[in-house]
Each structure stands twice: as C-alpha cells, then as structure tokens.
Design a protein around this ligand. Structure first.
Ligand code: GTP
Length: 440
C-alpha cells in the first residue's frame, strides 16, 4: 500500500455460530497472494475465534490476526476498535482488512466507524457481509422453535434472535447463506425469499462450511445508498405523486381509502410497493399502510402484536390516541414486535422549533391539520392478505382528538415495550457448533 492510499475493509457479521470463523479460515487459505489482516472480536474473555483463525491459518495472534476480547465491537469496544485499526494501519502493510464482528454485534455501527472516525482516513468500507445460518434462519422464520429465537446482548440482556437476524441481513451488501447442507431446497428457497425482501439488491450466495469465493467477498460491494427493504418500500411509496399518497388515484384496486368511511383528513391509503425485484422474482411483496388518524391503543396493540405468519417484517410510525404528542415507532421481526417512544412529533413541539425543523427538513410530509402525525407502516412478507391486514387496523382508527387510554404504551423517549416476544430462555441459544446443531 502506498502512503495516502486507503485500505479496503470488509465487515463480517452474522449470528452466533453462523460460520464466520469457518468462512474466515476458508478465506485466509484461499486468499492467493493477497495480504489480509483480520481483526476478530469475541464475546468471552478468551478470544477463541482469534485463536482458531490463527491456528488454522498458521498466523500467530498479534501477527495477521488481532484480537479484541470481552465485548461487542458495536458498543463498548468502539474505542478499542478504532485504536486497533488505526494502529494496525500504522504498523503493518496489508491489502485488505476483514473485521469479524461478534455474533451479537450490529454490523452497521462497526462499518460506520470506518466512515466517521480517525479510521476513516486510512480505510474504505468495501462491503458488509453477513453470514446467515440457513438452518437457524429457516427455523426462526418458519415453524419457529421459540427457544432458539433469543440472543444475548453484550450487556447481558436478551433480545430476540429474529430481530438481530433481520438487522444483520438488512444492512448486508453480501449475504452468505451458510450451512447449505442442513436445509432442503425448499427451505433454502424460503430463506432466500425472506432475505431478498429484507435487503433487495444484496448479493446472495450459498455456501457450505463458508466456501465463499474470496474474490467476491473482498470485492467492492458496498452501496451506502442501497436502502433496506422496509425503507425501500417506504421511500418508493412516498416518492409517488401526491394523489397516490392521498389514496385518490394511482394504485387502483390496492387503494383502501374506502375502508375509512369517516374522514380522517382525506389521508388514507394502502399501497403496493410493486417495484421491488424481490416481488418480481420471489413473490415477496410489501405494502405501506398510511393513515392520518390515531389508532386506538388497545386495538392497535392487539393487531400489531399478533400479525399473521405471512408477515416477515413490519416497521414504521404510529399515531396513538391518548398519547397524541408521542411519535411511536413500531418494529416487528418474526415472532417479536415492539413499540418504542421516539420522542414528540414535530407538530407537538413549540412553534419556533417546528418552523426551524421544517425549514431544515423540507421533505417532511406535513399535513395542514395534523402536522407530521401519522400512522405509516410498511409490511414485507409472502402471501400477505393485505386487505385483511389494512381492515384489521382500520377497525381501530379513531378521530383525531378522541379520548383514549394509552395505558401500556411507553412515553419516555427511548422507552420500549414488547407487544409480542418469543420465549426468553437463555439455555437453548446456539453458541457453539454442537449446540447450534443439536435438536435438529
Ligand atoms: N453443517 C455445517 N456446519 C458448519 C458449516 N459452517 C460452519 N459449521 C459449523 O458451525 C459451527 C460454528 O461455526 P463458526 O465458524 O465457529 O461460527 P461463528 O459464526 O464464527 O461463531 P461465533 O464466533 O460463536 O459467532 C462450527 O462447529 C462449524 O464447524 C456448514 O456449512 N455446515
């Protein structure tokens, strides 16, 4: 590398036991004459992964492989990671850096480190690769063994594995469907469907024991502008002309403004996002439910806490009666669904703040009466009964200002409550190969 040149970085993510270390070893033994530096993060105090990688590749820890232990690099080890990568670039010359994030790290924040820190001057993100345990994914989003749908976070708390799987796929440029040998063709097709829906446009490859093509993995795959599935649906939808968004034109038989026979400010629709590759290729559809009216809290919680299995992912904003100043966000992935208080609506802030905000965000969808208050949810799934889903939510629409008790909904910014969550038992979480393959 010449002075001043940046080093490409590939961030490797994936759930616990998905096969990241196996893939890394495959990569190191098939790297040809490339000089690859590897940075491995492991959750335990002993960095098992670094040792395994070093062992199999004849590299000593501290030589080609640098270890960071005792934490998750997306949160408490960010500073260490930054220091380590800057030091690495100073002390050694190499062609490519691969960072293996622990199985519970979110790859996004790790990648951002290389864009927005001291490391940015030395590195360029070439891609985010997510290794998916195809077996685990099929189980989590298929029939679902609830005991397996839990992962432990760095701080010792638990969160549904399904959430993490979804996030790791959503941010990937390359999705490696590993453990091909443990799924049937039909299961693999279903996993591909879901992955395509969550991350349209990502490159998807199938591997056994991480036998990924080194050239592909190390190539420049990163598209920072490629939106994740749900965001793509939302953006495609809001990108339409105003008449579409008002439900007065455009999407013909998918326009459900007639579900709300009372006037909610003339803003009710339910549109297909019919532009995605996933839909054309895999029969995966998404649609946006958007209403300018508050939802009855209890009814909304009942519907959104028990979505049909056909929905793989749902996400968006909620306007909830009884808490009309709180902008709620909603996120569902497989068997888990959460509502969080994101803070006040812009329309609930003092007027001068509203003006400033709107000046700085001209794209903000603003309604004369309701400001930015809205319910706007995108649903991604296979074979969804969109009419039934829209009707189920419409049944709980109230008039703006209607009194209601928002009882269980969170109100402090950042506070989150579960509308649905899988069984939270730690002992069945696959943390090693033996455990992840047990019970199959
Ligand atoms: N059957 C099968 N087993 C695999 C495959 N790839 C990896 N494994 C096994 O799965 C287990 C976990 O693989 P690792 O490479 O350690 O996974 P990891 O993602 O690095 O795991 P963590 O670091 O704990 O997150 C090991 O026992 C591997 O031998 C595969 O394609 N098929």
């Amino acid at each position: 590398m010449n002075a001043g040149e940046t080093i490409p970085v590939t961030v490797l993510g994936g759930s616990l036991g998905a096969g990241k270390t196996t893939l890394l070893n495959h990569l190191l033994t098939h790297a040809g004459d490339r000089d690859i530096a590897v940075l491995v993060n492991d959750m335990g105090s002993v960095n098992v992964d670094a040792e395994l990688v070093a062992e199999e590749s004849d590299l000593a820890v501290g030589d080609g492989v640098t270890e960071l232990s005792n934490g998750c690099i997306c949160c408490e080890l960010q500073d260490d990671l930054e220091t380590a990568v800057v030091r690495l670039a100073r002390e050694r010359s190499f062609d490519h850096l691969v960072v293996e994030a622990s199985g519970v790290s979110e790859p996004g924040p790790v990648a951002r480190l290389f864009v927005a820190s001291r490391a940015a001057a030395r590195y360029d993100v070439a891609g985010l690769a997510t290794v998916v345990d195809a077996r685990l994914f099929a189980d989590t989003f298929g029939d679902g063994d609830p005991d397996r749908t839990v992962a432990e976070e760095g701080d010792g708390s638990v969160r549904p594995l399904s959430d993490l799987l979804v996030e790791q796929v959503e941010s990937a440029d390359l999705v490696v469907l590993n453990k091909r040998d443990l799924v049937s063709d039909a299961e693999l097709a279903a996993v591909r469907d879901a992955v395509e829906a969550l991350r349209p446009g990502a490159t998807v490859v199938e591997t056994t024991r991480g036998d990924v093509d080194a050239d592909l993995l190390l190539s420049d795959l990163h598209d920072p502008d490629a939106p994740v599935g749900w965001r793509a649906a939302l953006e495609n939808d809001t990108g339409g002309d105003e008449s579409d968004r008002d439900g007065h034109g455009g999407h013909g038989d998918h326009d459900h403004s007639d579900h709300s026979d009372h006037d909610h400010g003339g803003y009710g629709d339910h549109d297909h996002d019919d532009t995605t590759h996933a839909e054309a290729t895999y029969g995966v559809t998404s649609f946006v439910y958007r209403r300018r009216a508050p939802l009855d809290p209890e009814g909304a919680a009942a519907v959104l806490g028990d979505l049909p299995d056909s929905v793989v992912r749902a996400k968006g904003s909620l306007w909830v009666a009884g808490a009309e100043d709180v902008h709620f966000t909603y996120s569902q992935a497989g068997p888990s669904a959460y509502v969080a208080a994101a803070g006040p609506w812009v329309a609930s802030r003092p007027e001068f703040e509203q003006d400033t905000y709107r000046r700085n965000h001209p794209e903000l969808d603003w309604h004369d009466d309701h400001g930015d208050r809205r319910t706007e949810l995108v649903f991604i799934g296979r074979g969804m009964d969109e009419d039934a889903l829209a009707a189920a939510l419409d049944a709980h629409l109230l008039d703006p200002g209607a009194s209601a008790d928002a009882g269980d909904f969170p109100t402090d910014p950042g506070e989150e409550v579960a509308l649905a969550e899988p069984t939270r038992e730690r002992e069945s979480v696959p943390t090693t190969g033996a455990a992840s393959e047990g019970g199959r």
